[in-house]
Design a protein around this ligand. Sequence first.
Ligand SMILES: [Zn+2]
Length: 148
Amino acid sequence: MTTNQTIDGVPLLPCPFCGGEPYGTHDHYVYDDLSPMPCVECQSCSAHLKAEDWNRRVQPAPVAVVLPERSNQDYAIEHAEYMALSADDVLAKFQAYGLALLAVDEGGDDGEGELLENIDSARSNLQESLVELRSMVYEFRKRSAKSR
Ligand SMILES: [Zn+2]
C-alpha cells in the first residue's frame, strides 16, 4: 500500500502493525519544552509512533556506509598534518620561551623570582612540545616508509 501522506515533508510508509493508512498529527508526544512533537497515527488501528520512528519501523535496515579504503599514502599524509601542527606548537612554545628570557633581560616590573619561574615553565613547555614533535616525526617516517 502506498500513501501520499507526509509529515514535515517526509512521505509516510504504511502502518508497521497493520499496513493501514497513516496520517500525521501532533497529538501524542511533546518535546522537552512541551511543544508538540510530530507523530504519526494509523487510521485503522490507531497505533502511533514518533514521526522519526514511524518510517524506521518498516524500512529495511540501512546499509552500512562503506568508506573508501584508505591507502598507506593517505595515512602518511594525515600524519604529516599532525606533524605540522606539532611543529607549529614547538614554534609557539619557542617564541614564548624567548619572550620569557627577554623579560628578564629587560628587568620588567614583576619580581625577578616570578620572571625566572616563567622561564622555567616556558622551558618545560618547550621540552614537552619537542618530545611530542620527535614522536610525530618518528610516526610519520614509519607511515611514509610503508607508502612507498
Ligand atoms: Zn495500523
